[in-house]
Design a protein around this ligand. Structure first.
Ligand code: FAD
Length: 341
């Protein structure tokens, strides 16, 4: 790194902006002054808790956050096995304990997912409804709206009693069989979110500006990887900026290497996430012909559901079989090639 100081503005203090700032602090980059600009007046909890695959645990370890996160995690991922397995049928435990795995109910154009957060203290539940005909369009705001419990129930009419017990009572599925007659409503204010994607940008960089996180590759949540990919963007950029050859003069090469490495990878994850969603929602392959009525009546063979589960797991394999270190060394190699070192 040259002696010249670089001033870096991170615009947006979401998970990706903050993780990028930590990546820079951990990278040993000298002579970089970082300012974070955030338009929201306060931080608050938005949304649904995050899934952590083994590959994102690796990033958290690099950021020094692993120990802080462990007490919050419902199950800790290890290096060589998937910790969350999408399931095509309800797994109902006979115990009275909170579930420790994600459970997905799937059907034509819709799916319903429940997973534990905060070390099993709470369960997040979400129904995802797909409107393929709206792909490619822009959604009018508001993107988040409160909906009635009746509206939510109607969307899943005819679905598993477990889904309805969760909607009506709000209890984790492991408790449902014991408390199905409970009148207490734990889901107090369900909300409806538009899921926006940013697909196939021709570049993530322009001049001295780089896009990271959702600004570059907002994706559907079906691989639980949007934020994780943004964190990886920050790790790659920080590693490049910490290089001894990084300087205001070599910045264009840094950004070029970042774009060339991170854009194809994150766009591939975006594609896999979308494909997982269309698989969950019976919109592709052997499932494309399944009608809404057959899906609601459960007229799907166990074999075909197992094939669906297998395909979803294949699409996800990268999350536990690969490491983000590959992107960092490839970007560094490319940068050295560009500066002629
Ligand atoms: C239902 C659902 C489930 C998900 N589950 C997972 C999961 O399990 N795992 C995972 O990895 N990802 C998951 N994601 C994706 C993840 O939530 C996003 O990818 C991630 O939050 C994006 O972070 P970000 O920091 O890039 O953007 P944001 O979180 O959108 O942050 C951007 C910040 O920038 C601020 N801002 C905007 N404009 C300006 C401006 N002009 N000036 C200053 N500040 C500005 C905003 O106020 C905001 O704080 C999920 C998404 C959804 C919808």
């Amino acid at each position: 790194m040259s002696d010249k100081k670089m001033c870096l503005a991170i615009v947006g203090g979401g998970i990706v902006g903050l993780a990028f700032a930590i990546s820079l602090a951990k990278s040993g980059a000298q002579n970089i002054e970082v300012d974070i600009y955030e338009s929201a007046s306060a931080f608050g909890q938005v949304g649904a808790g995050m899934g952590f695959w083994p590959r994102i645990w690796e990033s958290m370890r690099l950021l020094g956050l692993e120990e802080d996160l462990k007490p919050l995690a419902s199950s800790v991922a290890n290096e060589d096995a998937p910790q969350e397995s999408p399931s095509v049928s309800p797994k109902v435990t006979n115990s009275n304990t909170s579930p420790s795995v994600r459970v997905a109910f799937v059907g034509k154009n819709k799916c319903f997912i429940c997973y534990p957060v905060s070390n099993g203290a709470s369960i997040n539940c979400g129904g995802i409804i797909s409107y393929p005909e709206k792909n490619g369009g822009l959604h009018d705001e508001p993107w988040v709206e409160t909906v009635s419990q009746e509206g939510l129930r109607e969307e899943f009419l005819g679905w598993s009693p477990y889904v309805h017990a969760v909607i009506d009572v709000g209890l984790p599925y492991s408790h449902i069989q014991y408390h199905a007659d409970s009148t207490e409503k734990l889901i107090k204010a369900p909300s409806k979110w538009v899921i926006n994607s940013v697909v196939d940008l021709p570049t993530y960089v322009s001049g001295r500006v780089a896009l990271v996180g959702d600004a570059a590759h907002a994706m559907t949540p079906h691989q639980a990887s949007g934020a994780a990919q943004g964190v990886e963007d920050g790790l790659v950029l920080a590693a490049l900026l910490a290089d001894p050859l990084a300087s205001p003069e070599t910045l264009p090469h840094i950004l070029h290497a970042y774009d060339r490495v991170r854009r194809p990878f994150s766009q591939d994850v975006l594609r896999r996430s979308y494909e997982s969603g269309t698989t969950y929602c019976f919109q592709r392959g052997a499932f494309a012909g399944v009608s809404v009525a057959d899906s609601a009546n459960g007229k799907i063979t166990l074999e075909s559901l197992e094939a669906l589960n297998g395909h979803i797991n294949e699409l996800l394999e990268w999350t536990w079989k690969t490491s983000s270190g590959g992107d960092r060394s490839e970007a560094s190699k490319m940068f050295y090639g560009l500066v002629g070192a």
